[in-house]
Design a protein around this ligand. Sequence first.
Ligand code: PEP
Length: 254
Amino acid sequence: MIKPIIIGNWKLNGTQQSIKNFLKLLKNFLIDYHKKCTVVISLPVLYSYLMQKLLFSKNKNFFLGAQNVDNHCSGSFTGDISPFMLKDIGIKYVIIGHSERRFNYKETDRMIANKFYLLKQENLIPVLCIGETKQEKVENNTINICKKQIDLIFDVCGIKAFNNSIIAYEPVWAIGSKISATPQEAQFIAGFIRQYIHSQTKNRIKNFFIQYGGSVTQYNAKNIIQQKDIDGFLLGRAALQIEEFIAIIKTINM
Ligand code: PEP
């Protein structure tokens, strides 16, 4: 059985003090859950040293993630951070293509595919967010949208692109709302994603995971994780409250 992977995306939140408080509780909890699941916190990267100092060395199932990366390696790109820099400070997982980046920063599928390519060059693990808007769902376009978002990765990165990588299916309408996809809806799309990736790669793929993200709570986590093609969660709000975060990890391990 696949070891579930839970990624918490802290977005633009956190202070040194809040991180200390969060980790005090997470630390003891993770020791018990050492072998049961992989936990990643994608924090604002300037806090990664603090996180490493407080927690990292003692917990082998815990990793640091980033929420974004630039699509260049170096040069005159004020304010940006390269894949190499992320690797250099100990980041392992990198979220790309989050709908907030697609919509607020006008990131295109091509830019996201370039980021994916550069992350693979550095042996970092891309967490590619894909998913449809409410309108696209109503128009019955979910599969087409997901396929299009995946296809450009194959075009830019080749047939082996998804080895050692994660796709997070995140319906845009579910993110930050009160409504998650039903377990059946999430499974239907996750099932499509797995079958599509396998068909394109002729089943030659290793270490490929599919997460669900969008209004996951301790109350709906169990039913969603029980779906055959869902290997974990990408959490937003639930990753900011340590009690909720721990409750979700417990739920999926029961
Ligand atoms: C997200 O922003 O990717 C997300 C899943 O948020 P939330 O869990 O708060 O819906």
